[in-house]
Design a binder for this molecule. Sequence first.
Ligand code: UGA
Length: 432
Amino acid sequence: MKLTIIGTGYVGLVTGTCFAEGGHTVICVDKDAEKVKMLQAGGMPIYEPGLEALVKENVRAGRLRFTASTQEGVEQSAVVFIAVPTPPMPDGSVDLSFIEVVSREIAGAMRAYTIVVDKSTVPVKTGEKVAETIKRYCKAKVDFDVVSNPEFLREGFAVDDFMKPDRVVIGVSSTRPVPAMKEIYAPYNAPIIVTDINSAELIKHAANSFLALKISYINAVSVLCELSGANVQEVAHGMGMDARIGRKFLDASLGFGGSCFPKDLSAFIRISESMGYKFGLLQEVQRINAEQMDRFVKKISDTLWVIKGKTLGVLGLAFKQNTDDVRMSPAIDLCQRLLKDGARLRVHDPQAMEKARPILPEATYVTDMDEVAEGCDALIIATEWPQFKKLDLERARKSLAHPIVFDGRNLFDVEEMERMGFLYKSIGRGKG
Ligand code: UGA
C-alpha cells in the first residue's frame, strides 16, 4: 500500500522504514528541510541498530523516500500516519501543538478519502480532537477516518520490535478503515487488537506506566535487599519464574529514564487528575524512581566522603543500552549532580558521546572504555551497555587511585569483584 508518515524522529523513521521493508511504498515527511536533505543523502539523524542498512536498502528498492512537503505526502497516500513529538509541558501535561498543526496540514492537503492514523503517544480523547480539527479545516470536505495505532517500540531494539510486535493495537470509531489497517500490518504476523479509539489511547499510557511501576517495584525491593543482606537479582529471578509476573523489567537500577517513561507517567497522572481520579499509585512510582537516584548518589558520597575535587570515571551516558539518546538519561542526571558537587569527570559511551557533549561540556570524553579509569578515584557504571561487562577489570583496578566501583546497573558479579580486590557497590545486592 502507499503510506505517508509525518515526522522522522525515532518512531516515524523506524515506522516508515519498516513499513517499506514489509513491501509498502512509503513517503516520510519532515518539516525540517535539513534533516530531509540528510536522509535523502543517505545520512542518519539517530543511532538505532539495523536501521541505517534498512533505510539504504529500501531507498535503493524505490519503496522509501523523504520529503519536506506534507501536501505531497498526503496527496499521494490514502493512509497518513502522524508520528510527531508530544513533549511534556512544565506541569507534566502533554504539549499537543505538533499534533494539532499536523492535523490542520493534513486537512488542508486531503483530496480524497484518507485514513489518518495517530502513532504518537497522546492522552485519551486526542483522537476525538484530531477528528474535529480535520473536519473543521478540510476545505475539500472529503471523507476521512481517524485511527489510533500506538507504538510499542523500545529504542535500541526498535527495528526488531516493529518487525516482530507482541501486538498491534488499532483504535477506530467505524469499521471502514479496519481492512486497510489489517492489510498494512499483514506482513508482520502479529496479533491485531481492534478496539475503540479511547481504549487504544489508554492502552499506551497504561502499558508504559505499568512497566515503569514494575521497575520502581523492583527498585523498592532492592532497598529491602540492601537492608537485609539479600540479593535483588535472586529475588527477581524467583519472582520472574511466575508466569503471571515474568522476569522482564525486573532489573534493579539507578532508576528509569528516557523520553517515554518519565514523560508518559507524568502525563498519565495529569490525565487521570483532569478526569477526576488521583492516581496515587503512579505518584509513588515517580517518587521511588527519584529516590533511587538520590540513594545512588548518597552511596557514592558516603563512600568517598567528599566528592569535591575527586576525579570520577563514568561508563554510560545514554539512558539505556543500544541507543545514542540522552534525553532524560539517568546517567546524565548523575553526571550533572556529581559535577555540581565539584567532581571532575572522565566519561565514555559507545554511542552517546556526541549528544552528551553539549549537555556536559565540562567532562573529559574518553574514546576507549578501558582508559576511563586512569587517574580516577572511583569508577561508576551508569548505563547497561553489554560491552561494559567486557571491561578489562584488572587494568581498571591498577588504573584507579583506589579500586572503588559503583555499579548502577548490576553488571558484575559481587564475589568476583571483591575477590579481585575492588570495593564494589551495586544496587540491592548485599549490604552494598
Ligand atoms: C519504552 C517502552 O518499553 C516501549 O514499549 C515504548 O514503546 C516506548 O517506551 C515508548 O513509549 O516510545 P524505551 O523508553 O525505549 O521504551 O526504553 P525501555 O527499554 O523501556 O527502558 C526505559 C528505561 O527503563 C531505561 O532507562 C532502562 O534502563 C530502564 N529499565 C528498564 C530499568 O531500569 N530496569 C529494567 O528492568 C528495564
